[in-house]
Design a protein around this ligand. Structure first.
Ligand code: PRP
Ligand code: URA
Length: 206
C-alpha cells in the first residue's frame, strides 16, 4: 500500500522546507509540524480493542489502542519526525537505526541499532524524511524483520518512484506513506526537486 498524503497544510509547510532560503530553525519546525499531521493519517488503521469504563453518567464501552506502537527513526534525519509523531502517540516506544549513505556508492552503512522488546507484537513505524534509492529503507526494514517485526509502516516526507518501487518489490507487506512523490533522482542520488540534504538542513551541518 502506498499513500501520498496530498493535504494543503502539508504541501504548504513542505514548500517552505523545499525553499533553499529557509533557515535551519524554520526547516526543523515545519518538519515537526508535518510529522504530526502525517501521524494522524498513518494511525488511521491502528487496531483498537473494547474496554468497559464508567463515564460520570454511566457505563460505556470505549475503545483503546490494542497494540504497542514503536517509532524507529533512521539516524540522523529521521529524528526530525520523532517528536511530532510522539505528540499524537505519546505511549509509543522508540528504537533507533543509525545508517549513513556512502556518497560514492549510495550504499547504506549501519552504525547503530537499539530497539524495545516485543517487536513481533507491535506496529513498527520506520521514519525518515527521504526515500531516494530506497537503500536505507530496505536496510532498515530488513533489520526490523530480522528482529521479529511483522507489521511495518514506512513514513517518509519525500519519495521518488525509484525508492518506492524498490521497497514495494522487496517488501510488498510494508505500507508506505509519503507527504509528496517527487520526480526522479539526479546523477548523485538526490531527489529532484526534493529539499536537499535533509540531515544537513535539520542539524545545520552545511
Ligand atoms: C539520507 C536520508 C535517508 C537516506 C535516503 O540520509 O535521511 O536515510 O539518505 O537515501 P536512500 O533512499 O538512497 O538510501 P543520509 O545517509 O544522508 O544520512 P543523515 O541522515 O545522517 O544525513
Ligand atoms: N538524502 C537526502 O537527504 N536528500 C536526498 O535528496 C536524497 C537522499
Amino acid at each position: 500500500m502506498l499513500e501520498v498524503l496530498n493535504h494543503p497544510l502539508i504541501t504548504h509547510k513542505l514548500t517552505q522546507m523545499r525553499n533553499k532560503n529557509t533557515c535551519t530553525k524554520d526547516f526543523r519546525e515545519n518538519l515537526d509540524e508535518i510529522a504530526e499531521l502525517m501521524a494522524y493519517e498513518v494511525c488511521r488503521d491502528l487496531p483498537t480493542q473494547p474496554v468497559d469504563i464508567e463515564t460520570p453518567i454511566g457505563p460505556c464501552t470505549g475503545y483503546e489502542l490494542a497494540k504497542e506502537v514503536v517509532i524507529v527513526p533512521i539516524l540522523r534525519a529521521g529524528i526530525g519526525l520523532l517528536d511530532g509523531i510522539r505528540r499524537l502517540v505519546p505511549t509509543a516506544k522508540v528504537g533507533f537505526i543509525g545508517l549513513y549513505r556512502d556518497e560514492e556508492t549510495l550504499e547504506p552503512h549501519e552504525y547503530f541499532a537499539k530497539f524495545p522488546k516485543n517487536l513481533d507484537q507491535s506496529i513498527v513505524m520506520i521514519v525518515d524524511p527521504m526515500l531516494a534509492t530506497g537503500g536505507s529503507a530496505l536496510a532498515a526494514i530488513d533489520m526490523m524483520k530480522k528482529r521479529g517485526a511483522k507489521q511495518i509502516k514506512l513514513v517518509c516526507l519525500v519519495g521518488v518512484p525509484e525508492g518506492v518501487t524498490a521497497v514495494q518489490k522487496a517488501h510488498p507487506d510494508v505500507d508506505i506513506y509519503l507527504a509528496a512523490m517527487d520526480d526522479h533522482l539526479n546523477e548523485v542520488g538526490y531527489i529532484v526537486p526534493g529539499l536537499g540534504d535533509a540531515g544537513d538542513r535539520i542539524f545545520g551541518t552545511k
